[in-house]
Design a protein around this ligand. Sequence first.
Ligand code: 6PG
Length: 472
Amino acid sequence: MNETQYDFGIVGLGVMGRNLLLNMADNGFSVIGLDLDPLKAAALEAETGQGKTVRGTTSAEEFVSALRRPRALMLLVPAGKPVDAAIANLLPLLEEGDIVIDGGNSYFPDTDRRVEALAAEGIHFFGMGISGGEKGARFGPSMMPGGNRQAYERLRPVFEAVAAKVNGEPCVAYLGNGSAGNYVKMVHNGIEYGVMQLIAEVYDLLKRCLGLDDKALQQTFEEWNQTELQSYLVEITGEILKKQDEETGTALVNLISDRARSKGTGKWTSQNAMDLQVPVPTIDMAVLMRDMSKYKEERVSAAALLKGVSAVAEPQDNQKQAVDQVRNAFFFAMLVTYAQGLVQLRVASAEYNYELELQDVARIWRGGCIIRAACLEDFRKAFENAPELPNILLDPQIGQKLLQRQNDMRDILKLAIDKGIPMPAMMSSLSYFDAYRSETLPTNLIQAQRDFFGAHTYERIDREGIFHTKWN
Ligand code: 6PG
């Protein structure tokens, strides 16, 4: 009989679950994994090195009774019904004070519902976003937990040990109440969609307009990753562009279908931003360009029919300068994309009572996660200096960076318009900036129109009160 009391348990030994458990074992924790598939349970023990305490089981009873109290166990099963099924399965075996963590990309209202249902049984439920994919799980992810603050202390040593580190600081922090962790991860993914779309647009412009070949494109992204653009997504773009298809010898990316898929987190970010009335146009554009990509047959027909300006790849007179302008424009848009997501977090925190500290969010996004980037340190500093900053565009240093690059942004977009290259996310980023820095917007006219046709009333700038006019 195995008497070990395990520090931590994971339910679901797929790629993420297995790698996270092995990461915990490497950090000296005794861990147990539960999976209904006996092969996965057995494989876990086989993969474990000497001196590590790792056990795999297919029995929920054995799993729960082997955990040290109060128990800490994490579900790494697909979001949705499997999470509810796993909870229902385990709940009769758990005791008051135990902690259940959902480590998947769950929809945040589902997490709130589960927090409430389990609290009634005396069980703490945490929603925790985990970012970094397979490699992150194994060697250091960014983790975004939300739930009961006191209960987090039971989890802290494990999470801080396994998380990615930046300057020795772990990329994990208690983020806030209820579904705060899932919400932050959702917005992380919205920003991820936004930056990926920006990269795709910039790649398209460099290729179809400035005429960079595969090698030059690859070198450009590799070089950019040594600049202020330094980030995981820019880095992997360089690596992707390097990969040759073994059979044909061409760059593999050129052989990949342009129909993009998604699992929904980007769409949730946009949908909820609309509910909260927070403009996140770059993220919206990223979501809808994935949708646009699905209309392949129609796009093929339209390409033949709707002739007009077409992109002709031609190097500019000063090609190096043009590529540098694209880099500046991309950095401008990248800053604006993060700004949108961070505003959404601020508003959501007030609306849902999360009590988020944006400084912590920026800090734990600096390493381990998909949107890690050098600029996150600037955002962290901005919130350290001004925790209540409504928008990072108002930080003097970040504002300065945008001002220095706005002309390049405008020039690059003019080029894209002239050549017919779609850059909706880049354009939305500039429009967001221009709208945000407009002291007056033309929405006075919209108010007048609403009053004209619907007697919806308006307010005046020269007098207090609510007004209605008989317009004709
Ligand atoms: C991460 C990723 C991860 C996953 C996305 C992909 O942070 O590790 O964001 O969560 O890769 O869910 O999302 P789409 O399939 O919607 O592109």
